[in-house]
Design a protein around this ligand. Sequence first.
Ligand SMILES: Cc1ncc(COP(=O)(O)O)c(C=O)c1O
Ligand SMILES: N[C@@H](CCOP(=O)(O)O)C(=O)O
Length: 462
Amino acid sequence: MRYISTRGQSPSLSFEEAMLSGLARDGGLYVPETVPTLSSDDIRALHGLSYEETAFRVMRPFVGDSFTDATFGDLIARAYAGFGHDARAPLVQLAPGHFLLELFHGPTLAFKDFAMQLIGQLFEEALTRRGERVCIVGATSGDTGSAAIEAFRGLDAVDVFILYPHGRVSEVQRRQMTTPTETNVHALAMDGHFDDCQARLKDMFNDFAFRDEVRLAGVNSINWARVLAQVVYYFSSAVSLGAPDRTVSFTVPTGNFGDIFAGYIAKKMGLPIDRLVVATNQNDILHRCLTSGDYATSEVHPSISPSMDIQVSSNFERVLFDAYDRDGKAVAQLMDELKAGGFKVSQGALQALRENFDSGRASEGETLATIRTAQGTMGELLCPHSAIGVKVAGEHRDPTVPMITLATAHPAKFPDAVEKASGIRPPLPDRMADLFDRPERLTRVGNDLTALETLIRERTLK
Ligand SMILES: Cc1ncc(COP(=O)(O)O)c(C=O)c1O
Ligand SMILES: N[C@@H](CCOP(=O)(O)O)C(=O)O
């Protein structure tokens, strides 16, 4: 199994090389050269398996010879052992034909734990075997950062630096990033918004001297391994509703397009998925693009769903690569136009996108109203991101096809918005009950590449 860049100018890599590299050197994202498929019988055979067994069967074809079967199975088992629910990703019924996939039972209470806990294990195994050390830099709007810190804290072979937008993450998210005491963890509160953090991260990857000097690695969904681990719960949930003998649809609260791209991969692997519905908040560039074909950036407006306050949606590049018939030059041209403010998707590519994706948006008021209604009528306390999914899913229901909405974070990560909507202030789980008493440790940084690189160099090469 080889991985190629969406911009067509970098050599192909193995799974392990792609995982440890992050961004391709031509600025593109790695995707599998061909997507392996599971037959209907293979999918039927997933019925009744544990989450870990399903994960092994779904991901194994992508991993090639980077890990042996036994090692890969062990690492999966270790990754999910600390989850707070036996099913790992339980499905609850919200209404007839509408289900909620709860992805917030991991250690940091968001769907990011599914991938991050696994790649923490995969990195440790690969780096120990190779005798190497890496410097992970991540950009976060709140959840990726806390999940990455949790997965990599205290590991000898890794330093982890997380750039988050100062003042634009929830207090729980911030404290999850700033209270760990391990010296390999560095929380950097940056001026600007998430797109600025992600842009500086990509600049660091494109500065080859810096990249090689600190041995830079990335754990954002830039990293293919992140996407791969998220494919699994599309299978586990669809199978529990009758796949492959029953088709399902998914609605996914979307920002950086990593989670829904994982659903697209599941569909390409043979999982019978009818529609993949992109649900955005008021930062609705993806919804506007799928509606009009214009991918035009505008100002980011802070919202009550801060993890989705994103305009430059990194993984959209991966799906554009397919929509443009895997023409790396065409994708590189679009990404150049994006730097100048945006691009127009060709008619053919837009049609290809619409064959798989629908979209919708929720305003702030609609998000609050959905939290209130879901609590009142369905007894389900939603986080604001999940509420956006539920609201948009309601507009895209086909009564003959079950809809699964992804619940991407625990409501306790966003207590202010949830309390405002429902009157209920959701408590943190017991193991985090002292989060607000722990001392914080963070560094304020400007939106300045040279200064960031200097800081990282000094702390890493000390
Ligand atoms: C809680 C939550 N929901 C939804 C999203 C959007 O997911 P993606 O960026 O994969 O589209 C994020 C951030 O990634 C998130 O943290
Ligand atoms: N919402 C994310 C943004 C980064 O997304 P990623 O999936 O590319 O890591 C966050 O919470 O940080």
